[in-house]
Write a protein that binds this ligand. Sequence first.
Ligand code: SAH
Length: 352
Amino acid sequence: MSAVSPLTAKLKAKIEADGPLTVETFMDICLNDPEHGYYRVATPIGRGGDFITAPEISQTFGEMIGLWAADMWRSMGQPKPFNLIEFGPGRGTLMADALRAGRIVPGFLEAVELHLIETSKTLRAEQERQLCVYHPHWHEGLATVPPRPSIAIANEFFDALPIRQIVYQDGAWRERRVGLANTGFHFLAAEETMMAGLPHGEEGEVKEICPSALRLIEDMALIAELHPLVMLIIDYGHREAGSGDTLQAVARHRFADPLNMPGRLDLSAHVDFAGLAEHGRGLGLRVSGPLELGLFLTRLGIGERLQRLCHAAPEQAEGLRAGVRRLISPAHMGALFQVMALSAHAPAPIPF
Ligand code: SAH
């Protein structure tokens, strides 16, 4: 018998009524159900949570992003006010470190209007604690953010957006769905997909599509029709399309079965950078990267920043060095994570 959660009964009833759910609907309910969704109820990030993210590993991560944003703002002609948008700010750590570092660029903080896109009430409360001095505005999505010159940041946000999976079986690409099994849920290859232009597949091959990520790029492109814009996307993911089934579940820093304990596990999927880049280009956006995170941070000067911090606080040097190593070393996050920028009406973003 697989483990149950409060969402299990709700999902079972829905499948009994409507038939098997697409992977996208299943993932969306697990993460975003208003009552029991993972991001509505859990405290996911940090040592006591399920996973740890770059800004929680080292303050230098947010600082580098802050200096990057201030530099972009300067090269955009110092618009005032401008939107500094963060998608899924987590505990607010990245933004707090970024704005502290951005202070050294004259006029930057005075021009910032901070917009945080966040659905979790628990995390909004943490963000409020860290960022209240900057008077942030919270949003459920991009639609309510005023159209203005904008600099947007998304760290480990796109991987939390629900994906569709299609699987090649019996000579056709089929929608992968989640149905009921004796003891819980199981995957099945259902109806043939109507998507045009799909290549011939290998039996059992899986492809992923993230409709809400594509819609988000479209919404950014709408802002970019009238205003300078640059958006930084940082996530684990692949440069080339077609890397198969990447849906994964994590609980307490360990991998788990994505169909188990719905709503209790963090579900995510690799970000398809090639697909996002192609979509962005099609909408007239400039695409820079993707570049490996280690290279991105090194080119921005994380080494120099680390040296300065170690010099100022020698007793903390060991911990500081270990944090930066984890971010930039190819054996850790340095090569697994990619950084890509989308922009319009702005000089080419550094440091691609
Ligand atoms: N960027 C943070 C947190 C990453 S976790 C960090 O690096 O530490 C993903 C974040 O996105 C969380 O804050 C989560 O609550 C938020 N989130 C997930 N899905 C969302 C959605 N559909 N809309 C808005 N926020 C979402």
